[in-house]
Ligand binder design. Structure first.
Ligand code: MG
Ligand code: ZN
Length: 532
């Protein structure tokens, strides 16, 4: 026993005391932090992009090298858990709050701890240090992820109050969608002078309507606080100084449409990459440095709807954006780039099946030289599925919007099979279409939820409780109908607790603490500490 204690003391001293004699390495500091959040981007979503880059016969990714590969070139990788203070699974509001404040939060709340106390976020801290700050998102600026970095609200749904919080926090640049939450109710009167004024102000490129329940004009307030207002891609590219850019009435266009319309001269919406590049250009003028949060927010939307083709395009959008960020950061030794997700969405993955098993085949190897055939037992999926996913031309959501536009009498199963065939390589049968269009009395009626409350909803047979956005359930059912031909499975219509990747690239010492198993509160606190 005595020997054991002596040994312990000795080993304690050997380990502990030798550390004391070492010169203390000064805590690493960085001038700039760019935090890129892929909303819903779990390891499997990153994996889809990596598989596409490496395995798709006609991959559009240059040299098959993704921005994530570039992050790992002298960068580091960590893993982070995303749970909230008191739940297994998180939503985007709590997760972004934990990243922004370094404190545990509760689901659906913004900028508050789990008890409801206001917590200072990294933007407020960076401003106190005299740094420039910015928020960029391809969703809308009042949506949970960007809002958690600048607002303090008891629920993420309070989008009428969030613009005033954003203006109180005063990030130097805010680029996203969501104009309707900044316009007074009167904007809905299409014959009013206000409506005409707003139409002109936005170069007739954005639908003018208000989502507010009061007469506050938050654009006027933004102007009085010194913000330049921009509404189109052209105006964005000219922007200098403190700028508020609102490029869509609500959510910005999805990654599929963004890619299709980018060379169209009439396209007024900038890409996520355009917004990020311009934000960096403006923020970099501050000699004290900057903090910028960039959100690729529609990876989450695609995953909620189990729309794998759209998901691939959303992953290509974050890839392009991150490439632009890395191009800028390449010549800098004072900037830390962090790429992570707030959670995984959908429980996505390629999977092998017992359908369409490849026939026995000849192999040239010596083990088969006697002429025996190789007999596959299962179907492990052909890489050309990746190319087919890429060619999808319309999101599932927009496919059903086309269907709903038809006169009621034409909304048949046969018509749905035709529309699906028009926009996707993965066909469905009439029987599958009938199943997709079958409704049942709403078994999970949740009052006060905007998209719920319908008396009859599309019928999800397995795990229906996890498909809570019932209006969109047809999209999840379409995903189930093409699952075996896409070799894809989706577990849920909501989020999972899957730990997410943390890619970091920057000065050597600054990236070291991230290379372990973290929780998002620790990740947020590390970022805060590095900036201070
Ligand atoms: Mg988000
Ligand atoms: Zn989500």
């Amino acid at each position: 026993m005595k020997t054991h204690i002596t040994y312990c003391l000795l080993s304690f001293c050997l380990l502990g005391c030798s550390g004391l004699n070492k010169p203390q390495t000064p805590p690493a500091k960085v001038k700039n932090i760019i935090l890129v959040i892929g909303d819903g981007m779990g390891p499997q979503q990153v994996g889809l992009l990596l598989s596409y880059a490496r395995q798709a016969p006609h991959s559009v990714i240059t040299n098959r090298i993704t921005a994530f590969d570039r992050m790992m070139d002298q960068g580091r990788l960590g893993i982070s858990l995303t749970y909230t203070a008191n739940t297994l699974v998180t939503d985007s509001a709590a997760s972004a709050t934990q990243l922004a404040t370094g404190k545990f939060a509760g689901a659906e709340m913004l900028g508050l701890d789990v008890h409801g106390n206001v917590q200072e976020n990294i933007i407020e801290k960076a401003k106190r240090m005299g740094k420039a700050t910015g928020l960029v998102s391809d969703t809308r600026i009042t949506h949970a992820t960007p809002a958690a970095f600048a607002a303090h609200q008891t629920h993420r749904g309070q989008e009428n109050s969030i613009p005033e919080d954003l203006l109180a926090t005063e990030a130097d640049v805010m680029f996203s969608g969501g104009l309707s939450y900044w316009l007074p109710q009167q904007a809905n009167e299409t014959n009013s002078s206000l409506y005409n004024e707003l139409t002109q102000l936005t170069a007739n490129k954005i639908d003018i309507k208000s989502s507010r329940n009061d007469d506050k004009n938050l654009l006027s307030l933004a102007k009085s606080k010194g913000y330049n207002l921009v509404f189109t891609k052209n105006e964005l590219q000219q922007a200098t100084g403190k700028t508020l850019g609102l490029f869509a009435s609500s959510m910005m266009q999805n990654g599929m449409l963004e890619a299709q319309h980018r060379s169209d001269v009439n396209t007024a919406q900038p890409s996520l990459s355009d917004m990020s590049t311009q934000a960096i250009k403006i923020l970099d003028h501050n000699p004290n440095g900057f903090f910028l949060m960039i959100e690729a927010g529609q990876i989450d939307t695609a995953s909620h709807r189990n729309d794998t083709g759209l998901l691939l395009h959303e992953m290509l959008r974050i890839n392009e954006t991150l490439n632009a960020v890395l191009d800028w950061a390449a010549t800098r030794d004072d900037t830390l780039v962090i790429v992570t997700a707030d959670h995984e969405t959908g429980g996505f993955g390629f999977s092998y099946s017992g359908e369409n098993i490849p026939p026995p085949n000849h192999l040239s190897g010596t083990a088969f030289s006697d002429g025996t055939l190789f007999h596959p037992k299962y179907n492990f999926g052909k890489p050309d599925i990746l190319d087919k996913l890429y060619t999808q031309k319309l999101s599932y959501h927009d496919i059903f919007a086309k269907f709903d536009e038809l006169p009621k009498a034409q909304q048949t199963s046969l018509k749905l099979t035709e529309i699906v065939s028009l926009y996707s390589e993965f066909k469905i049968t009439e029987a599958q279409a009938t199943k997709i269009l079958t409704t049942e009395t709403n078994p999970f009626h949740i009052p006060d939820h905007p998209s719920l409350g319908e008396k009859r909803v599309p019928k999800i047979e397995v795990n229906g409780a996890f498909f809570v956005y019932q209006k969109e359930n047809r999209e999840n059912l379409l995903a189930q109908a093409v699952a075996s031909s896409q070799q894809v499975v989706w577990a849920t219509g909501t989020h999972t607790s899957t730990p997410v990747y943390v890619f970091v690239k920057g000065p050597e010492q600054s990236t070291q603490p991230f290379a372990k198993i973290l929780h998002h509160t620790e990740l947020g606190q590390l970022a805060i500490d590095l900036l201070q």
